[in-house]
Design a protein around this ligand. Sequence first.
Ligand code: NAD
Ligand code: AHE
Ligand code: ZN
Length: 369
Amino acid sequence: MKAQAAVAWGAGEPLRIETVDVEGPREGEALVRIVATGVCHTDAFTLSGADPEGAFPAILGHEGGGIVEEVGPGVSSVKPGDHVIPLYTPECRECEFCKSGLTNLCQSIRETQGQGLMPDGSSRFSCGGKAVLHYMGTSTFSEYTVLPEIALAKVNPAAPLDKICLLGCGITTGIGAVLNTAKVRAGSSVAVFGLGGIGLSVIQGAVMAGAERIIGIDINPSKFEMAGQLGATDLVNPGDHGAPIQEVIVDLTNGGVDYSFECVGNVELMRAALECCHKGWGECTIIGVAGAGQEIATRPFQLVTGRVWRGTAFGGVRGRSDLPGMVDQYLAGEIEVDRMITHTMKLDGINDAFDLMHEGESIRSVVYF
Ligand code: NAD
Ligand code: AHE
Ligand code: ZN
């Protein structure tokens, strides 16, 4: 079938709206009509060329909401008409990782997914006869996309897809990082580096966890208003201080925070986020994604003296098991999504979503078809 899609033809180039050919679903797969998709900083990261797995041409996008149109042979967990959120972290429930109960990082299709291919090693997309790659197993910047059924969370159809698409990455990642990965305890202090879609969702999660003090840190003070509305108790612009930001936070908190979260993807800030943690017990969770070749550094003494560095993907959330409940929490007013959507546009305006993100103007743009 034909579909409108934003194709990334090469690193650093604007996306081009194309009519692409989408092959129907094969065994274990479903064809999904994407109703709306968010634009996450990770899409911009890959488009920039910094992603070691970035390959072109590809159809980016991983924060979508859609409706199953057709299923391939052997599919039993979804059917046409079901409302779904595509999962870049699938949940097969059969691999060693899923069965461990220790991680959400299902590995059953990770290798092909990283190559931009379906699990059978082929692509369902082409444009003008040329194969186009999938991205993160989701490719939500296409009106129609194909996913393995293990990468679909079936959600409550009462939930508006043009809002809950954001639960496909940013909001879930931020809240999950706090509740599942760091397991923030009530009464704690939390520092959040970067107040975009992820950092603001960390703030939401910290409020849900009962954190007492939530320090939001950003070099763009226009992000402070929403951070405060969502529950940040302190807002810090590193540019207002002469000292390194870790020292500023340590001074503010009488020795450091109980938990910190890096939500930018800057390796210097990852160091600062570790070093602003309290000696003996402070834990830093890395959420931001850094470019090819970049590495983190600190004095090992920081770890010897009890600080912990950890990381999280998709907030530790098991998509098929946990995401339907988060959608219900949204419907019950327990998770804020709507206020995170600062801009909406049709597919042909999708490059504006990237510009708004780079200019620091948006929290989340939602693109609809
Ligand atoms: P965003 O662009 O919306 O927000 C980033 C924020 O960081 C902006 O407000 C920006 O002003 C701020 N910032 C930039 N440099 C800073 C600095 N030196 N100090 C303080 N603040 C600074 O991005 P986003 O969509 O919220 O994504 C944030 C990061 O999280 C990206 O690296 C993205 O790739 C990553 N991410 C990871 C996961 C995961 O599962 N681990 C999921 C989603 C996104
Ligand atoms: N492909 C990159 C890493 C990108 C990355 O870390 N992706 C996160 C999700 S970001 C969502 O916005 C993730 O889930 N990683 C786990 C995984 O298995 O990809 C690289 O460095 O190669
Ligand atoms: Zn994302």
